[in-house]
Design a binder for this molecule. Sequence first.
Ligand code: GTP
Ligand code: SPV
Ligand code: MN
Length: 593
Amino acid sequence: MTNNKYVLDFVKKYADLMTPDNIVWIDGSKQQKKELTDIAASTGEVIKLNNKLLPGCLYHRTAVNDVARVEQRTFICSRDKENCGPTNNWMDPQEAYAKLDKIAAGSMKGRTMYVIPFSMGKIGSPFAKYGIELTDSIYVVLNMIIMTRVSEKVYDKLNGTDNFVKCIHGKVKLEEENRYICQFPEDNTIYSINSGYGGNVLLGKKCFALRIASYQGWKEGWMAEHMLILGVQKPNGEVKYICGAFPSACGKTNLAMLIPPETYTSKGYKVFTVGDDIAWLRKGKGGALYAINPENGFFGVAPGTNEKSNFNALQSTRSNTIFTNVVYNPKNKTVWWEGLDKNPPSNCFDWKGNPWSGGMTDAEGKPVKGAHPNSRFTAPIKNCPCLSPEFENPKGVPVSAIIFGGRRAKAAPLVYEARDWKHGVFVGAIMASETTAAASGAVGVVRHDPMAMLPFCGYHMGDYFQHWLDMGKKLKVKPKIFNVNWFRTDDKGNFIWPGFGDNMRVLEWILDRCDEAVDAVESPIGLLPRPEDINIEGLDLTVDTIAGLLNVDKATWKAEAKDIEEFFGKFGDKLPKELTKELKTLKSNLRKA
Ligand code: GTP
Ligand code: SPV
Ligand code: MN
């Protein structure tokens, strides 16, 4: 425990409000984890899985109405509404505290409050930030132990100060209509009630490491981004690092752990994972950009993960992993999800807890899914076979390239390069992508999602764009910026590009551009590869297919430019002039083309 006055006051304040029967201080020990697991198993909160096949693994189901992030119920509670910006929901901080306190009052009666001290980033690293989460969910405690560094050492690092993010979580009654995920950037506080799902309740993740941290980064001169970090080792042994910002469920985990095709592995190429969801970036040695992954585990999308699509992710889930909302097979106490293999089991239970067998159909004859599309695994990062030896480096890794990308059936080409940093910020700012099951609401609708941060930016996005531009000015060595799209479809709606491990072919072009080892051709939107410069050896497609994937359709992009103009209009005076200028250039390029 601790005698830090601020910590004690914080715990007391919310214990007085929520009136738990007990308070348990989490210490990060194996023994305590085991005790909590046993309690959760005895109440049915988790099911212990087969200890031979999946040692240390647990199964959990959330409430049926609580399966994804809830963006409509997520608020940035800045004192001044203007600082929240046009892309976030705003609530007045005093009003928000009062409203949530009222709902949370007395809600832990008959329950235990857990106090979790945790670090984002390696404890003691110059990047590290500390937090304390209060929760009445053992599931949250067990997930936080995997996803962050939970340790009493955090208290020592506070040095008697209140320099920690106050994270309050209560399940209350899991009522959708009273679910609130509130961030108070000026108070270093997060308050989340009436949910038990992932990004809504593992407060170190999206709420802290992105919404609060993006605000801290803006004030302190660094950046918190929704990015994977990977290292590519070339045959000569040199390792280059790439960060990639793709919206939720658009391929970060997959790209971060990719296994290159045979034509690369045979030459000695290797890929290492540093992170799969969040990157904190700072100016480091030599004025270059350095990145750390502040997390300690993966909260990854289960459906579609298999030996072939993502061997490393699947391996990461083979021990000490928590599976949420997948199929439970009581026969051998294992789990299954759509896309794991071609042999769905029988006599199981689906994510809702209903009897389920592979091949089941509903009244209309449509297949009934056993796992929720946003079902997830929480796996320790140490399990990852391709974990980078630099993962624990407190100074982070130097970033050579930044990639933006989304799901675009038509507009965006397979890859293009920004002409310079400013143009790169524009390329990130104009990102749009089809929505996925990672957030509640319609799936497959194209929406603007600048830098994949639309749901995660903790302040005015116009100021955020300006912060990106300012960071570029500070860096002596700037990463090159690219945009990729693995999701172009043909007339039948099938993906044209094979994706997954074959994305290495695009990474190779990107790294060659960083080394100035290959030329690019000008286009109205940026620099494109020559089709023959994308390596297709071993692929069942032709240079013409690549040319098609790289095509920039004028009419489509003219419509896109109009749409961007409208989107940019939302930001009013806060839209940096540089971005207005870039849009003008795009439009004039399209006219001339
Ligand atoms: P969050 O954890 O929600 O932030 O998502 P993520 O960006 O890490 O997404 P993830 O890698 O888990 O991918 C989600 C979905 O995209 C899965 O259904 C994958 O099968 C699919 N996917 C990933 N990479 C590719 C690719 O290269 N091509 C295609 N066609 N699909 C892909
Ligand atoms: C995302 O939605 O981008 C995720 C999952 O990574 S969650 O932690 O639920 O936000
Ligand atoms: Mn994410």
